[in-house]
Design a protein. Structure first.
Length: 553
């Protein structure tokens, strides 16, 4: 039985597939500006957005089109739309104007991108990815470019160049690793965000982003789970939890007057291994209710993640607003947010200028833990607390009964998910929690963690099935670091605090490091928690036997 599923269209041996990676740029004599038209390769991109998705949120130019076709059926005045859009955004977003102007092409970022490392394609160097758009900017918006063209680094916007730009915009996961190394702090993700926003004016989204956006807009979450189904799924988890622990938890929904609203990515409700993290939240809340936590879930704001971030600022704002609107409707004081990646990037980096006015006239206030009395001053403006901060505070104040030996079957490492790490600096809290609930914790090499962490290979909406080659190439540096921890320390579990990571890292491990599984932190927390009235625990939430606690018949 082959280890790698056939529909991945990848060799069984990763070495075979990586043997064509060369990190030598095109010969200088040719120059990158004259490289031949891009060849869009199967496995390295995602399928086109279906028109219904775009229509659902009123995005422009919805139509059937194919990424592999010569004719992308662009509107007749596509060039005008693109350049007008660019002009508008150069005027509105200072970062965009700045990042179009200031790169000195020092190359410090060149080898820092996981897609370049794994593909060897020079256009995946961040500096060159940015140049694809910057050269169009120079040609059409700078005096030197208008007069001197290529001599001043300008390139006319042509159909071929639009395709090339699109292809490489969707080979960037907006992870911002390259930005850590840029002496000017140029944020490549901001360039990609703007580039995607411009191509979206032409209806050129991918379905893996457009579908979750449409679902989220229509049903409240990316998965398109209807409110009644959302409740049923959590009720199913109630039964599962009772089977393992003997304790019957009682989540409630849409309760007006609750103190706290809980919002998490729907990926945790929908698919393994995120579901175990979801059960972890439910167990934690059940225990804390006795200590004074007054919390409710929402079937309307049933998504913490925000695929709008990968689409446009306008869509990001619209999708995010439902959390604050729901908080206001229910009259809660603050929002507790689950283990998610882009949710936190959006909240921490953009909410200050987006939806905070929605909190006006509501009962929202600076979050205070009802259990420990800790004020979360860092969340004063957003009124949202990350669950690992919340749980770290509980542990620090001895509010949880923990038996870390219940995780002794695991040797754990921690993957810093790009957005909580580089988007909010959440490095210590997850580690603090893990070290208190697990006896065996090992770090991956230093230059692959914390702010230098590597992307899972499929962030920013690239976690489709059809771009598996791109994902495995982009995931190579992360997998390599896990392999090191696996071989050196016997690591068999990698924890992370992002639902996309929990969805995509199992595939990456299947390909490169079989024997390492993926978990969320709150699965580990509640594995270790000693619950009031629990039965003798013999298995963990996955049904795996706990060492030394097996039933002796
Ligand atoms: S490190 Fe910064 S300045 Fe240097 S090439 Fe990269 S983006 Fe440009
Ligand atoms: S994927 Fe990450 S490292 Fe690569 S260019 Fe995009 S932001 Fe930079």
């Amino acid at each position: 039985m082959p280890r790698i599923p056939k529909d991945w269209n990848l060799p069984q041996e990763p070495g075979d597939f990586l043997s064509d990676v060369g990190h030598t740029p095109e010969p200088r004599v040719k120059g990158w500006m004259n490289t031949p038209p891009v060849k869009i390769k199967r496995g390295m991109h995602c399928y086109a957005a279906k028109p219904a998705r775009l229509k659902a949120v009123g995005m422009p130019n919805p139509r059937e089109w194919s990424t592999m076709a010569d004719d992308w059926k662009l509107p007749e005045n596509w060039k005008e739309i693109f350049l007008d859009g660019m002009k508008d955004r150069l005027g509105r977003f200072r970062t965009f104007q700045l990042f179009m102007d200031i790169c000195v092409r020092c190359g410090a970022c060149a080898d820092k991108c996981h897609y370049y490392i794994g593909s060897g394609d020079p256009k995946n160097m961040p500096v060159l990815r940015a140049e694809l758009l910057r050269s169009i900017y120079r040609q059409h918006f700078t005096t030197a470019g208008k007069i001197l063209g290529p001599v001043a680094g300008g390139r006319e916007l042509t159909y071929e160049r639009l395709k090339e730009l699109w292809y490489y915009l969707y080979q960037c996961s907006e992870c911002r690793r390259c930005s850590v190394f840029c002496p000017y702090g140029i944020d490549m993700a901001e360039i990609t965000i703007m580039g995607r926003e411009l191509t979206n004016l032409l209806g050129l989204n991918i379905d893996w982003i457009a579908a979750p956006v449409a679902f989220c807009y229509m049903t409240g979450n990316h998965m398109g789970i209807q409110p009644h189904a959302f409740v049923e799924m959590l009720e199913f988890f109630v039964d599962e939890i009772e089977e393992v622990t003997g304790v019957r938890v009682k989540p409630d929904f849409n309760r007006k007057g609750a103190e706290v609203l809980f919002v998490t990515p729907s990926g945790d409700v929908f698919g393994d291994p995120g579901t175990y993290t979801c059960m972890g939240y439910m167990i934690l809340f059940h225990e804390l209710q006795k200590l004074g936590l007054d919390i409710t879930w929402s079937t309307y704001a049933s998504e913490g993640g925000n695929f709008g971030l990968f689409t446009s600022n306008e869509i990001m704002k619209r999708l995010n607003s439902k959390m604050y609107a729901e908080a206001k409707r229910l009259g809660v004081k603050w929002i507790l947010g689950g283990e998610c990646g882009h949710m936190w990037r959006v909240v921490n980096q953009y909410m200050g200028t987006m939806n905070l006015e929605l909190a006006e006239g509501s009962k929202m206030e600076e979050p205070v833990s009802p259990i420990t009395g800790t004020k979360f001053e860092n969340a004063k403006s957003t009124k949202m607390v990350h669950i690992t901060e919340f749980t770290a505070d509980l542990i620090r104040n001895n509010k949880l009964k923990l038996d870390p030996s219940r995780n002794d079957h695991l040797k754990v490492t921690f993957h810093d998910s790009c957005n909580p790490a580089r988007g909010m600096g959440l490095f210590e809290e997850p580690r603090y929690v893990i070290k208190n609930v697990c006896n065996n914790f090992y770090e991956m090499p230093e230059n692959t963690i914390r702010e230098q962490t590597f992307c899972c290979g499929a962030g920013s909406g690239l976690n489709a099935g059809e771009d598996m080659e791109l994902r495995m190439r982009g995931g190579l540096p992360r997998a390599n670091a896990v392999k090191y921890a696996h071989e050196q320390h016997g690591v068999n579990m990698m924890a992370c605090i992002c639902a996309i990571d929990r969805a995509v890292l199992p595939d990456l491990m299947t390909y490169y490091v079989p024997g390492v599984d993926i978990t969320g932190i709150h699965e580990l927390v509640t594995n270790a928690m000693v619950l009031d009235g629990e039965k003798k625990k013999t298995v963990d939430l996955r049904g795996e036997p706990l060492p030394g606690k097996e039933d002796k018949e």
